[in-house]
Design a protein around this ligand. Sequence first.
Ligand SMILES: Nc1ncnc2c1ncn2[C@@H]1O[C@H](COP(=O)(O)OP(=O)(O)O)[C@@H](O)[C@H]1O
Ligand SMILES: [Mg+2]
Length: 473
Amino acid sequence: MVSVTTAITVCMSHPRPERSLTLPDDGAASDLADTLATTLTADLPEPVWPDFGDNDEDARRAVAAVAAMLGRTIPERPKDPRSSSEWLARAWDIDESVLVNVSRDMSRTLQRLHAYALQRWIERHPDDVAVFGPGGAPQRAALDLGNGTSVSVPAVATVLFPAGSAYEAPVAVEVAYRYGTPTVTAFTTPGGLALAEQVLADLTRTLEDEHPYRGGVLSARASTGAVELTPVKHTVQVRGDVVLPADLWHEVDLFCSSVTTRRDALRALGHTTSRGLLLAGKPGVGKTKLTRVIATELAGPLTVVLVTAEVLRTWMTELYEEIRGLGPCLVVLEEIDSVASKGSRGDTSFAEFLDALDGTRSSDDVLTVATTNDPEALDPAVKRPGRFDTIIEVPPPDLAGRTEILRLFLPPETPVDVALVASYLDGATGADLREVARRSILEHGPDGLTTDRVTDVATSGRWKPAPVAGNYL
Ligand SMILES: Nc1ncnc2c1ncn2[C@@H]1O[C@H](COP(=O)(O)OP(=O)(O)O)[C@@H](O)[C@H]1O
Ligand SMILES: [Mg+2]
């Protein structure tokens, strides 16, 4: 009597068993088959597949060959699930078609941030969750937090929270791409539509409560068809680094107080706390520098978002969508001339820009600082009250200002009569003065500076960026 195990072992031990299982045509084969058939059909249950490891394929083929001889078919080996819905259907023992899911398309940044929130959920239920990744292990990605650290979050994965862990009912959250669009999807069992919606809303709430970017300085860039927020290293700039008239600082204080000291009062009286400040002035007067000072002062309580020109032109609506949930923000829009000049009226980017500005006014706690080199060129629609509450002209420095700025950029104990040099530089901007100082240091070294030498540099105009005479090419 040949046992089933023996027969299978014979097959398996041969490298190509299904081809090599040849038995002499003397009745032995049919004897074996009969015996096996009897044994199998008697009272053996359906075969339960052991794990054949590396020999899996061969072993199965061998067994199939034996089974075929017995006139039996081997049940199909359950294949690895290919999709998260297949995996979930199996885990929940329901048909894939009755799974409930609610999917949300989002930008890559928002998707990654939701993945961050999902990671927080995983950490809250470390022993309960099961994670699936199509075609193997779930993919993870690093979310840059900007201060030299990053956290690992699911990138393409489905996380299953069994009943009684995150919710009473079993739920799953998938981070994936559908036709290239980043999505986050909540899955529930039949009848769980409201729960699925709830799961997504809760995930967004977790993100908003524990936003990894809150209080930092972010750069908003355009990247493959969307806005991407990335934390940036911000160099601290303080008021002492930029020389501006006192009344201008006063306006800056008023502006900031809207979301700091006066915020509660405004709210209590039903006013919006959002505010817009437009800094106008010719290039080099320190507008950008001033925005960085404001950023330094407000980062922490506020999240600072530095917007690149490309986003300004094309992605303003998306930008404001992206920063919703960050809490109070300072949005810095540099050189808005590129979208908001008179000539651009009629452009879609112009309309979108105005819409986005108006949008901030209806939400709370968004401070917007914009700069322009040429306020005259701006379309009047931009300057309409309600879009920017304050328009500040940043003037080139007066004599006292020029003196102070030169002092900032010349060596600390320099013997140079800085006020005298400054008197020759009427109309020069802070950027000009910096270049006069730099040029003087380059020409004479930091210890070789005298009033005459720096005056010579200042009055010669050598510091002005002009094509150098002569052929250097
Ligand atoms: N008022 C100022 N006080 C001190 N430095 C200034 C001032 N204005 C300009 N600068 C110097 O010139 C550089 C360029 O100025 P920036 O802020 O970019 O000018 P803008 O944005 O108005 O074109 C600054 O980084 C700073 O070093
Ligand atoms: Mg600038």
